[in-house]
Design a protein around this ligand. Structure first.
Ligand code: HGY
Ligand code: MN
Ligand code: MN
Length: 399
């Protein structure tokens, strides 16, 4: 708990949250603090080419490690638990075993992955994608954003492009503790989530090119208004999602107008659409419908609309053995537990490509996240950490 509050002191924002966007000075300061904690525990710390950091405690045998971890980068309006809980609970698990003199057969590792959020540099889960070898560090480093920053330059600037190559050591298993970030556990009055899947994620960025004109003199019939087209794309995404039903969600989180002035018809607009569904086929159907609508919107407004994909992740099903372990250890600790999908993306869904993986959820009060009001009760945090401890020791062939 104290480490959570100490880390929250780095990049503090109004309302008690954190702002440590990937590869910023705040991210560097957070990295430095967690690396210090890893070294204080006597872990062997590795930093890879893209800045993923892993602390390893040796086991009785020279085998693949049982790994846990998450991320410590945040969105701009972040809380103090998203990602941080998984990394710091991993440290706590290892410290507890050291204090108890418990050695495990497999080594234990705890890591934080670079740029899990993807908020400053898409895609999300960039670090874990490099860790498993599904994105090269070179590809990742070449990503630039609207401010002209690049991953490579920022990584160099904060001094976290390390000597360890990507892809990283393939773990024996990977388990991530994370806050749910939604209302399901709280509404169900359940203390632990045994996460069995992660929904598919699609991030599209649309660039609308219209014609700037005078807001007062230009007849409506003459306008090629990029802002109006952007608004119609937003409404279309919401309408298609409502018609799709199931548990699909769609979000227009970023919308930038140019020249963004009160008395000028917008010349251009750049907007992002984040669409998610546990059913990959429905997600593909939504993408097709939205792109067809965008063609109609472009023709009707007389604007050009191009798009690019910023992130695309198929739905993931976690390893049943790991999910069973999470469920049974939660029950063994006398906690209520339910199986559930994850609405948010996580590094565990990427690690599932290379090793048996799973997740443990703790409830989010009022289902709020990516917001300084994000909160999880200390008792739930301790329960989640204890389920993580028992699951990792079980997987690692502990005493
Ligand atoms: O976008 C996500 O689901 C995660 O917060 N990166
Ligand atoms: Mn997260
Ligand atoms: Mn997040």
């Amino acid at each position: 708990m104290q480490r959570l509050f100490d880390l929250a002191e780095i990049g503090p924002i109004e309302g008690g949250g954190s702002r440590r966007l990937a590869l910023t000075d705040e991210d560097k300061a957070g990295r430095d603090l967690v690396v210090t904690w890893m070294r204080d525990l006597g872990l062997e710390v590795s930093i890879d080419t893209i800045g993923n950091v892993v602390g390893t405690r040796s086991g009785r045998a020279d085998l693949a490690p049982v790994m846990t971890g998450s991320h410590i980068d945040t969105v701009a309006t972040g809380g103090i638990y998203d990602g941080n809980l998984g990394v710091l609970a991993g440290l706590e698990v290892i410290e507890t075993l050291i204090d108890a003199g418990v050695e495990t057969k497999h080594p234990l590792a705890v890591g934080f992955f670079t740029n899990e959020e993807g908020a400053r540099f898409p895609p999300d889960m960039m670090g874990s994608l490099c860790y498993v070898g599904d994105m090269t560090p070179e590809e990742a480093m070449s990503v630039t954003n609207a401010d002209g920053d690049s991953v490579g330059a920022e990584l160099e600037r904060i001094g976290y492009s390390g000597p360890t190559p990507c892809p990283g050591v393939v773990p024996h298993a990977f388990v991530e503790l994370h806050i749910e970030q939604g209302p399901v556990l709280e509404r169900s009055r359940v203390q632990i989530g045994a996460v069995d899947s992660v929904q598919g994620i699609l991030w599209l960025e649309f660039t609308v090119t219209g014609q700037s004109n005078h807001a007062g003199t230009t007849p409506m019939s003459m306008r090629h208004d990029a802002a109006n087209a952007a608004a119609e794309i937003t409404v279309a995404a919401r309408r298609i999602t409502a018609e799709m039903g199931s548990n699909q969600v769609a979000t227009v989180g970023s919308l930038r107008l140019h020249p963004d002035l009160v008395n000028v018809v917008a010349a251009s607009a750049v907007l992002t659409v984040d669409i998610r569904n546990t059913d990959g086929a429905l997600l593909a159907d939504t993408e097709a419908q939205l792109l067809a609508d965008v063609e109609r919107i472009a023709a009707a407004e007389g604007v050009e609309i191009s798009h690019r994909c910023l992130a695309r992740f198929d739905p993931v099903v976690f390893d049943p053995k790991v999910v069973d372990l999470v469920e049974s250890h939660a029950q063994g600790l006398g906690r209520t537990v339910m199986r559930m999908p994850s609405g948010a993306g996580h590094d565990a869904q990427i690690m599932a490509r290379v090793c048996p993986s799973g997740m443990i959820f703790t409830p989010s009060v009022n289902g709020i996240s990516h917001n300084p009001a994000e909160f999880t009760e200390p008792d739930d945090i301790i329960a989640g950490a204890n389920v993580l401890l028992r699951t990792m020791v079980d997987l690692a062939g502990g005493d």
